[in-house]
Design a protein around this ligand. Structure first.
Ligand code: FE
Length: 197
């Protein structure tokens, strides 16, 4: 498969999956996992504009948004030392490392609202996946594992993540703020310029 066709092939397969298993998180995650592994097996398809870092903050470039908001695919681009706030997603998500490395620490939220670390920090390397969801653990903080290099992970979510109402947390106080991430890019890549997969 030529590099330009990989993203289109992924989106086509994901659309079929979303049609077959609408609303069934387990079957969607099970079906999407091998598609993500295949997409991440080659680092030759991500358009340069979607791999661009920002000097101050991490970037969330929308690669594809399902017209029916059943899924979205985003490239997260981490500049050296950049990290997220502690946040949740409220929909399922599969995170796959494409380039470089990132570290993720999960949190549990107690009945008093305070957050405590859940397990030790996980390091993702190219080709490796992590899964989040309200039923599998949904709160984490993520950072670039590399102090001197850009890292890129590809995130698949079970909704239009840029528009989803979610939360950021202050771990010690348990303070919660509403949060809608949006996207860094104004335009999505043109998936329709080529007709053959
Ligand atoms: Fe996240």
């Amino acid at each position: 498969m030529n590099p330009e066709s990989r993203l289109l092939a992924f989106v086509a397969a994901m659309t079929r999956l979303a049609q077959a298993h609408a609303g069934d998180e387990d079957r969607l995650v099970d079906g999407a996992t091998p598609l993500m592994k295949e997409l991440l097996a080659h680092d030759d398809w991500l358009p340069t504009a979607m791999a661009a870092a920002h000097p101050q903050h991490y970037q969330q470039h929308l690669l594809y948004g399902d017209p029916l908001d059943r899924f979205s695919l985003v490239s997260f681009v981490w500049g050296p030392g950049q990290k997220t706030p502690v946040h949740d997603h409220t929909v399922w998500g599969i995170i796959g490392m494409l380039r470089g490395s990132e570290c993720a620490q999960r949190y549990e939220r107690g009945t008093d609202g305070r957050l405590t670390p859940d397990g030790s920090e996980l390091t993702l390397r190219p080709g490796e996946l992590d899964i989040v969801s309200p039923t599998r653990g949904d709160i984490h903080v993520v950072r670039n594992a590399l102090a001197d290099q850009v890292s890129i992970s590809i995130h698949l979510y079970g909704g239009n993540i840029g528009r989803v109402a979610r939360h950021v947390f202050v771990p010690d106080s348990g303070e919660v703020k509403n949060f809608v991430s949006g996207y860094s890019n104004a335009l999505a890549p043109n998936l329709w310029a080529r007709s053959s997969a």
